[in-house]
Design a protein around this ligand. Structure first.
Ligand code: AMP
Length: 199
């Protein structure tokens, strides 16, 4: 199963990625986590990325693509697939991913778009700032990240809708409720005959 999880910061992508990964046995690859690890380890790449992460800005595409290409060529089994959380976030990243997959595992199966309103997302981010102490969870950076999402990442919806891959899932409610909705959508990948019988 080759999946992308799309959605604004605070939509619950990380929470749902963990669940999907556990249920379906696909590794979840989070670019945010990869950057966090590099920053904590003080690597050259971490030092290049840190300023952007702290400011709630996107890390430049060439740095992101380096880290993703490396992760997708080491330890990814095309049969098992993968789940991308937080990547792609720009159109050039999505196009680069399409090219990488054309040359390796084949196209994505689905893009799950977690839809959550701005007020709810801001509430969740401020709760997370208290409970997890992320390096980018201040109110100011949260607002900036939402703006960046709207400008840079939301256009990916039409990129994937044009490919027939986009499935929008209501991301409101409890993690269990959201996961149940995602499972319904994923049933079409696990059982393609369900997908074939739908219009
Ligand atoms: P996340 O945990 O996915 O919200 O990512 C945290 C931060 O890491 C983002 O606000 C960006 O600064 C950076 N980041 C993660 N993934 C990407 C990406 N695909 N493109 C650019 N920056 C990214």
């Amino acid at each position: 199963m080759r999946l992308v999880l799309l959605g604004p910061p605070g939509a619950g992508k990380g929470t749902q990625a963990t669940r999907i990964s556990a249920r379906h046995g696909v590794p979840a690859i989070s670019t945010g986590q990869l950057f966090d690890q590099q920053i904590s380890a003080g690597t050259a790449l971490g030092r290049r990325a840190e300023h952007y992460v702290r400011a709630g800005e996107l890390v430049p595409d060439e740095i992101v693509l380096d880290i993703v290409a490396e992760r997708l060529t080491t330890g990814v089994d095309c049969e098992v697939g993968f789940l991308l959380d937080g990547f792609p976030r720009t159109l050039p990243q999505a196009e680069a991913l399409d090219r990488m997959l054309d040359a390796s595992c084949g196209p994505l199966d689905l893009v799950v778009d977690l839809v959550v309103g701005e007020d709810e997302v801001l509430k969740r981010i401020s709760r997370r700032a208290v409970s997890e102490g992320r390096r980018d969870d201040t109110e100011q950076t949260a607002r900036r990240r939402l703006k960046v999402f709207a400008a840079e990442t939301a256009p990916l919806r039409s990129h994937y809708a044009d490919q027939g891959l986009l499935r929008s899932v209501d991301g409101s409610g409890s993690p269990d409720e959201v996961f149940a909705r995602i499972e319904e959508v994923l049933a079409a990948v696990a059982h393609p005959e369900v997908r074939a019988s739908r219009p």
